[in-house]
Design a protein around this ligand. Structure first.
Ligand code: CU
Length: 186
């Protein structure tokens, strides 16, 4: 028995074949793993004098950020004074590449300066989070003047959902600094 293909049938068969190839190609494209877009979140933290108590405090005192995100934390410190900090907390730990970026004005524009830590005796406050699996420490330099804050930037990856406290490891008036806050991820 002879099967006779009309030109129309052959044309349709070719078109269907092309369609299968095209869909197949798209299917492969869709199946190809693409790098996950970096979920980067900018967070601002300020250290300023509480007008009521006269002592320096973090503001805000609660940070709420996504779990599994890259945080770009900017700490603006208005305290021009240096406080006593254990040398252990003068080095950066737990940030991307183990560095922090000190921002300052130079050549007429804002410029960043990568640092792995500050000299003992050059630290104003710290952003230190050591509980619940965190090992994050950022030594914060003093403000340039009462009007010009120091600006420190770090980036780091958050873990799964949870909460941890951050502290300042500085000693003020011979006592542990009461400066602290809560870091929440969800
Ligand atoms: Cu402090």
């Amino acid at each position: 028995m002879t099967v006779r293909w009309s030109n129309t049938t052959i044309g349709l068969a070719i078109a269907a074949g092309v369609l299968v190839v095209v869909v197949g190609a798209f299917g492969m494209l869709l199946a190809t793993p693409t790098p996950a877009a970096t979920n980067s979140v900018q967070v601002d933290l300020t250290i300023a004098q509480d007008p009521v108590t006269g002592s320096y405090a973090f503001s805000p005192s609660v940070l709420h950020v996504p779990a599994g995100a890259m945080i770009e934390l900017r700490i603006t410190n208005y305290d021009p004074s240096i406080h006593s900090v254990d040398p252990v907390y003068c080095n950066v730990s737990g940030t991307s590449n183990g560095v922090m970026e000190e921002m300052g004005f130079g050549m007429g524009s804002m410029m960043g300066h990568m640092m792995r830590g500050l000299a003992a005796g050059a630290v104003s406050h710290t952003f230190t989070m050591m509980s619940n699996g965190w090992d994050l420490n950022v030594p914060i330099p003093p403000a340039v003047s009462a009007q010009t804050p120091s600006i420190t930037e770090v980036s780091f990856q958050t873990h799964g959902p949870g909460a941890a406290s951050w502290m300042c490891e500085g000693t003020m008036n011979g006592a542990a600094s009461p400066m602290m806050g809560t870091f929440e991820t969800s």
